[in-house]
Write a protein that binds this ligand. Structure first.
Ligand code: SF4
Length: 240
């Protein structure tokens, strides 16, 4: 296992070779201090990630230095929950409390998320997995940069491959745009079912946003009702 993991980490560019390669061709490199990778290196890295099991994925994320967020994080946060969940919830990135504790959606936004889940009969960890697009916290909760998203998204893609959820709920603009492959606003993406690589995808607001914009809670409720109806149509487990 260790030899295989070391080989995968090496292929991902976490070894010395990673630092010698050129930036991705055509990629908007905004991360001045980031390790450099050529187009081949980037696709080798993504391919290596796509072969990882959960143990390897956890080790790779914990050791990842593929963007500058590695320098400011306390913990990289892979995700938490049922590894065979039918429901996959995806947010943007760890916040301060998540960074400190190494778990996604703790603190006030986490409590609101738990309440949202409870409203449709779900509980974190029971048929539910929660992850973020970015595994490390952007300082001051600034918006993720395109380079950071591009570097980190293979980890989420692998999580989705391993979990094989029946339905994905994207929470917040970055998760929604990343998974729906669109630049459109949340307002225009919500209210219908999208697809992420064939998996039905419902878009809603991020709990941290809802804490600041209480009137939009009613819209988030509508989104969850749509998600529950979609899950029922898919033959998944829907409580209540
Ligand atoms: S945000 Fe993602 S790509 Fe950047 S260092 Fe953390 S795990 Fe690696």
């Amino acid at each position: 296992m260790t030899a295989r993991r070391d080989r995968l980490l090496e292929e991902m560019g976490l070894g010395p070779v990673w630092r010698l390669r050129r930036p991705p061709e055509g990629a908007a490199e905004t991360d001045a201090d980031a390790p450099r990778a050529g187009a081949t290196g980037a696709s080798d890295r993504a391919a290596a990630i796509m072969r990882m099991d959960w143990t390897e994925l956890g080790a790779a994320v914990a050791a990842c230095e593929a963007c500058k967020l590695a320098k400011t994080r306390t913990h990289a946060v892979l995700g938490v929950g049922d590894l065979h969940a039918e429901w996959l919830l995806v947010g943007e990135a760890p916040g301060a409390e998540e960074d400190a504790r190494g778990e996604p959606f703790v603190g006030q936004a986490g409590r609101l998320l738990d309440n949202m889940l409870a409203a449709i009969g779900l509980r974190r960890g029971d048929n539910v997995y929660i992850a973020n697009v970015l595994k490390c916290r952007p300082p001051g909760n600034r918006n993720p940069e395109p380079f950071e998203v591009a570097q980190c998204v293979p980890f989420l893609e692998r999580q989705i491959e391993l979990i094989r959820p029946k339905l994905i709920v994207a929470m917040g603009r970055f998760a929604a745009q990343t998974l729906a492959g669109s630049d459109a606003s949340i307002a225009s993406l919500r209210g219908r079912v999208h697809r992420y690589r064939g998996v039905p995808l419902v878009v809603t607001y991020h709990p941290a946003y809802l804490l600041r914009n209480l009137p939009d809670k009613a819209k988030a409720w509508e989104d969850l009702v749509l998600a529950r109806r979609t899950m029922r149509e898919l033959g998944g487990r829907v409580p209540g």
